[in-house]
Design a protein around this ligand. Sequence first.
Ligand SMILES: Cc1cc2nc3c(=O)[nH]c(=O)nc-3n(C[C@H](O)[C@H](O)[C@H](O)COP(=O)(O)OP(=O)(O)OC[C@H]3O[C@@H](n4cnc5c(N)ncnc54)[C@H](O)[C@@H]3O)c2cc1C
Length: 503
Amino acid sequence: MMNDLLSLSTNAFIAGIEGVARRFDTATYPQQNLPADDWTLLTRAGVLLPTLPKEYGGRDDHLEMCRVVETVSEWNLPLGMYVTVITAVALRPIVLWADEEAKQEVLPHYAGGDPAICGFASTEPGCGSAMSGMATTFEEVEGGYRIRGRKHWQAFSISAHWWLVSAKNDENGRTYGYFIVKRSEGFRTLRPYEPLGLKVIDYGLNEIDAVVPRHRRIPAEGRNLRPMVEMLMASRAMMAAMGCGFLRRISREAHAYADQRRIGPGPLSEIRFVRYRLAAIDASYTVCAALNHYLRTALDMKDAMIGAFPAVQAIKTVATERMLSSAHHYQQLAGGEGYRCGSPTNISAQAFLDARVYTVFDGTNDLLSQQLTEYCLARTAGRTLSRFLAEWPLTASAVRAQRLDLGFLDGDLRQEHLVLAGRAIAYAFAIGQVMRWAAETGADPARARAAIEFLKADIAGVATEFGLLATGVLGPDAPPAQAPGRAPASRSVPVPSAAWRDA
Ligand SMILES: Cc1cc2nc3c(=O)[nH]c(=O)nc-3n(C[C@H](O)[C@H](O)[C@H](O)COP(=O)(O)OP(=O)(O)OC[C@H]3O[C@@H](n4cnc5c(N)ncnc54)[C@H](O)[C@@H]3O)c2cc1C
């Protein structure tokens, strides 16, 4: 049966996924952990196949990985995350970098349509943003490695059969390692967590005390955390696909609600401020569609992605911010009905709860924005930051065509400025992608123009926040965190000497 899926064209394959995804419509599907039988429906429709290599029975296709997640997210955003964690976060590093023996042990479980699940265990109770603070350790023992520690908030804490676990060893200076662990080898859940949204996924506090064979260590640079950043690139980029599917749905639902709800003599949608909120939702959908176009056409999850670090940081922060702000607009439009679980008239309460965590997990947006600025500052080569951005391939077209004035970024940048500057850089990147998307897909120019105007307003908002900070709202000044042109502070930010593909 799975073999039949291999000969399908991409469109026929995605149509099959769509047919099954509809059954998980968030308007009617229960807010509960996904039963194994339902996961089987999706695996038998082939949701894992684009991630798997052909020799392991997969379709091995970057574009299809994106389209599967976009399609599933349109019907059920948490399920889009479900698929993303298993494919882009957990299986991808195994496919790309694991030992052949480890691949042969793990991958066949995911090719046959069985309800196998795997997760990525990195975050610990004591550290999430600064992973150098991890306490989980590994040590060499006879026949392999012993891994001990606690991890929390892992997707599939209770249900995953296999794990990709990060750990450290301090015996000869700090080394990091990444290991494929079978649950039965010593991964147990001490306590389930109840998340506010994303109810199809189970979470918890986990304890690991496992010995794994030597071949299950992923060969990766051990002295710094860059391999972990690389492993997170695909899921961060996938936010564009999730955002595109989710916002297509939210736009449709919000317009339908506003057209059918009557306020006094006329429909809600005739109120001009309501139309402004709808326009903001539609602009966000356009932005995510453009970022998704970039993901599909300029990135490749089938290869190392660290060269796309700045683009991916921008995609993750902008797409997730747009998902959250649109869910908020939609919920506001729905009035009291938008605060009702299981309302028959709208899905906005659940949409907001599901979207809420996107700006937090997979690297909190504030940290990622700071890192984006640090990345750019390390490459200015004596130029001001605004001059650099006017010449950088990822932002130059937007700066030129939209006459963006980014001069407010050129002063001394303290930590708070680094975060805000990263947002402005990401908006400039997004403007460039909306322009590229419009040119390459023949999209409605009015739609592109509106999205660009919203993004320009966001940049102006950042400039206003710079002005606000200059009034001294944070109290006495601290010394600048970053003088222009100096090396970046965060060690997770790739350094200029690395092999870069700045596109
Ligand atoms: C629903 C959900 C699913 C998750 N799934 C997984 C998973 O599958 N696997 C896994 O390993 N982990 C997972 N996580 C963990 C997630 O990645 C972390 O929660 C996230 O990285 C933030 O870490 P933290 O919670 O420790 O927050 P902290 O590190 O304590 O940060 C808290 C806040 O501090 C602020 N902050 C931090 N640094 C900066 C900065 N430089 N500038 C400005 N502000 C800053 C931000 O506002 C940030 O949100 C998940 C979390 C949730 C909630």
